[in-house]
Design a protein around this ligand. Structure first.
Ligand code: 5RP
Length: 294
């Protein structure tokens, strides 16, 4: 391990320079992967836009029934036309989502936390790879806790998932958790996203931050941005627009869709930004028109 003394601060991100090792396949960092991995990644990322709209409804794995997700069976079906990927637990998928939905699946594969205690940073790799194959998962979502007590075990979970994912050609999405004791700074997100990519994650889910372009430039796999807490729709669309403009290859929104009074129209507006190049202003106008004509 390189000694940490005298580490020079990274600064040359060449933000405007496209990713060099890209010939042959459109998903960043995936051109040397095998056919099966590429097939799963093309189920997630649209070959035309290169981007994805993930709908996250996995909150129940540690939060129980969350506002807006009280009835998964009622919430999910109406959103299917506007989303590309279902980000959920095996329990939610099997009980509340029809297998003929023809959507990609980001399968929440770690668990062990609950809102009943403060330390949410200790999870296990709960879904085995055969279950992921049975679920026809397009990626395994693995929570990681960089800087928290659970850092080592979470990175062990990630590495185990990458080992299994490479064996069965199922991509791994490393999820960057942010908790009370973790900083939400460019420094943290550059560190966390790069660690997960270096450990073999094929997709990183993280949060938007200042200098986001540098986070993207330093990460050799695609980044998908989590929505975070519910914002006014206009602000959430600006977050989506800034994320895509900053180089994210998609959004993984939960609360900003299912806690919106007009979740269908909100998911449609997000889709306009992700796949049709809408600005946040255009998407908000679209959203406003849609809710006033329904
Ligand atoms: C919850 C998650 C969610 O997948 C992720 O945070 C996106 O949801 P939201 O947009 O509501 O933050 O990891 O455990």
């Amino acid at each position: 391990m390189a000694d940490v003394e005298g580490l020079k601060i990274a600064k040359d991100y060449h933000v405007g320079v496209p990713f060099a090792n890209q010939e042959g396949f459109y998903v960043k960092g995936a051109n040397h992967l095998d056919w099966g991995m590429k097939k799963h990644l093309s189920n997630i990322f649209d070959p035309k836009s290169g981007n994805t709209v993930m709908f996250a409804f996995d909150h129940g794995y540690f939060m129980g029934s969350t506002a807006g997700l009280e009835r998964l069976d009622l919430v999910i079906p109406k959103l299917l036309p506007n989303i590309d990927v279902l980000m959920g637990t095996r329990g939610a998928l099997r009980t509340c989502v029809s297998p003929d939905c023809r959507k990609a699946v980001a399968l929440r594969a770690t668990s062990g936390s609950s809102m009943m205690n403060d330390d949410l940073s200790h999870e296990v790799l709960a879904v085995d790879i055969e279950e992921a194959v049975r679920m026809n998962a397009d990626c395994l979502a693995i929570q990681t806790f960089i800087g928290a007590d659970g850092q080592l075990s979470s990175l062990d979970n990630l590495s185990k998932a990458v080992n299994l994912g490479m064996r069965y050609s199922i991509p791994v999405m490393g999820v960057v958790a942010v908790g009370k004791q973790m900083e939400r700074t460019p420094r943290f997100f550059k560190l966390a996203t790069r660690i997960l990519a270096e450990l073999g994650a094929n997709i990183i889910k993280t949060y938007y931050c200042d200098d986001f372009e540098e986070v993207v430039a330093a990460c050799p796999v695609p980044i998908v941005v989590a929505g975070g807490k519910k914002l006014p729709e206009k602000d959430a669309l600006t977050l989506a627009y800034n994320s895509i403009k900053g180089g994210a290859k998609g959004l993984d929104m939960g609360r900003n869709i299912f806690q919106s009074e007009h979740s269908v129209e909100m998911s449609a507006a997000i889709r306009k930004i992700v796949h049709e190049g809408f600005t946040d202003k255009e998407a908000y106008e679209f959203y406003e028109d849609a809710i006033h004509t329904k």
